[in-house]
Write a protein that binds this ligand. Structure first.
Ligand SMILES: O=P(O)(O)OC[C@H]1O[C@](O)(CO)[C@@H](O)[C@@H]1O
Length: 554
């Protein structure tokens, strides 16, 4: 057995940061923000994206110490190994090459000594050809009608990324125009209610179903796939399946077994993790059907731009590296277990749910990559809502309750600007007033002194006091077109990888989802036996037996 590398928490660099915490606890953002040269150093402008991390509870010394930690964790070496196609997902013996999914046609990215980029482009070309044919009506349904509606069936990484990008593109003027007259829906939950909601108003004659599953074994997706196959064949006959169902998977044998023509299957590879798969056919096929391949190619280019930035920029100017290191600082040293993702942009309403999976499935681990129990916590509890909706929901807790590091994401140019005569500002400026105000409200807070000066009655002063000193980062994008959406995605993907590389965990496996799945298999068997043979509930603990018995009685 290969020897384990020492845990990052035993290095002098980690302990140095631990010792530094007390110094930081003696500062307040109110004071840190008076130092213009500090703030200038914490403001980065790269390819139109602005990152401001001056509202982190950190000094320039903290940042230097974090760079030293990165060095101790061999961060650059780990990034190089990822880009070099090494099998860094060691528990599954796989390389991690989602960067290859958006590489330019002439790039060379090797996995096991073989350049994977030509394979990637073979599938992209096939998607372009197929989506063009569906969109221009040369591929028609079984009754000769054009297929204008698409239902993508998939869950987890085969759902959340594509849903985020779809939601973000819906109101982009170029994407909106190219989607005119078409619908894209997502069926994820095995709850039959989700099926009912998704097929309502759809006609099987004009609907194409895309089954998206890396493994093609996921219980929820396969049951939903069989349900929609039944929906199509009962309306149009079994032979219609060939025209109305296609698949995206790494398991083409199971796709064929299911009854989908292998010519209508779009491959990807085991070096693409499910939650990192939106740039593969998982996202590119349904999104190209809706928006046309040229729009989605721009999305891939945006992600590729950040891939190059991440691989080439020094840490001081590297957005994913800085964000990743600051997250480690907040979680492991300052002890803040959560992170709020707050886009001031309704089009990004599905960004937080997507990042929730990317982050929590990647970094919610209890052992090091070598299997050693970790004496520190990893991962964040990610949640979020677009501003300003979140302000009227959970911001109370963020301002006066627990300290939650926040990511404020804003856009300079709205996808859908509105200017009303006689209004003080445009509608987008109104939204963005909040984007600029909230980080300062969190950082500065409001003191009892200030309240006294405002003649607030003494009994209300404790209630109206804001402690401040609550950290955030601000990310300002020039606009939210397909390219910027790709950039935003890749920034977070790489940031999360940086965190995992520092913690010394495997961010690319997900064994934690298995136990629940196998227990569900046992329950499924019991439900079948009780329903069909009236077998009593057995083999479960008291509580589950009681609940199952009650459920079966109804
Ligand atoms: O694409 P598949 O194989 O259906 O898997 C769906 C999802 O299930 C998981 O394995 C567990 O939730 C995810 O990692 C994955 O994205």
């Amino acid at each position: 057995m290969a020897s384990s590398s020492p845990l990052i928490s035993v290095t002098p660099e980690w302990n140095d940061l631990k010792a530094h915490v007390d110094e930081i606890k003696n500062t307040h953002l109110r004071n840190l923000l008076t130092d213009d040269s500090r703030c200038q150093s914490m403001l980065l402008d790269s390819d139109g994206i602005v990152l401001d991390y001056s509202r982190q509870q950190a000094t320039l010394e903290t940042i230097q110490k974090l760079f030293q930690l990165a060095q101790a964790a061999s961060l650059k070496d780990k990034i190089n190994r990822m880009y070099g196609g090494e099998r860094i997902n060691s528990t599954e013996n796989r390389s991690v090459l989602h960067i290859a999914l958006r590489a330019s046609r002439d790039a060379v990215i090797n996995s096991d000594g073989e350049n994977v980029v030509p394979e990637v482009w073979k599938v992209l070309d096939k998607i372009k050809d197929f989506s063009d044919r569906v969109r221009n009506g040369s591929w028609v349904g079984a009754t000769g009608k054009p297929l204008k509606d698409v239902v993508a069936v998939g869950i987890g990484g085969s759902f959340l990324g594509p849903l985020f990008v779809h939601t973000a593109l819906q109101t982009d003027p170029e994407a909106k125009e190219s989607a005119s007259g078409r619908q894209l829906r997502f069926l994820a939950n095995v709850d039959p209610v989700d099926v009912a909601r998704n097929i309502t108003g759809l006609n099987p004659e004009t609907t194409l179903v895309v089954i998206v599953s890396k493994t093609f074994t996921t219980a929820e997706t396969m049951l939903n796939a069989r349900t929609l196959r039944e929906w199509i064949s009962s309306a149009l006959g079994p032979s219609a399946v060939a025209k109305h169902m296609v698949a995206v998977s790494t398991n083409l044998t199971l796709v064929e077994k299911f009854g989908i023509d292998p010519n209508n299957a779009f491959a990807f590879w085991d070096w693409v993790g499910g939650r990192y798969s939106v740039c593969s056919a998982v996202g590119v096929l349904p999104l190209s059907l809706q928006y046309g391949f040229p729009v989605i190619e721009k999305f891939l280019k945006g992600a590729s731009n950040i891939d190059q930035h991440f691989n080439s920029q020094p840490f001081e100017r590297n957005i994913p590296v800085l964000l990743g290191l600051l997250s480690v600082w907040n979680v492991s040293f300052l002890g803040y277990p959560a992170r709020a993702i707050l886009p001031y942009c309704q089009a990004l309403e599905k960004f937080a749910p997507h990042i929730q999976q990317v982050s929590m499935e990647s970094n919610g681990k209890g052992v090091s990559i070598d299997g050693l129990p970790l004496p520190f916590e990893t991962g964040e509890i990610d949640f979020g809502e677009p501003g300003t909706n979140g302000q009227h929901s959970f911001y109370q807790l963020i301002h006066q309750g627990r300290v939650i590091p926040c990511d404020f994401i804003g856009v300079v140019k709205s996808q859908q600007p509105v200017f009303l005569k006689d209004e003080v500002v445009s509608n987008h400026d109104e939204l963005m007033s909040n984007f600029f105000a909230q980080p300062d409200a969190l950082a500065y807070g409001k003191t009892a002194d200030q309240l006294q000066k405002e003649n607030v009655s003494p009994h209300l002063i404790p209630h109206k006091t804001f402690s401040g000193n609550r950290p955030s980062v601000s990310l300002l994008l020039p606009s939210l077109n397909a390219y910027n959406i790709g950039q935003l995605l890749a920034i977070y993907e790489h940031r999360i990888a940086v965190e995992g590389f520092i913690w010394g965990i495997n961010s690319f496996d997900q064994w934690g989802v298995e136990l629940g799945k196998s227990l569900a298999t046992q329950v499924r068997k019991q439900l079948h036996a009780s329903r069909t043979k009236e077998e009593p509930v057995q083999g479960f603990n008291f509580s589950t037996t009681a609940l199952l018995t009650r459920y079966l009685q109804a």
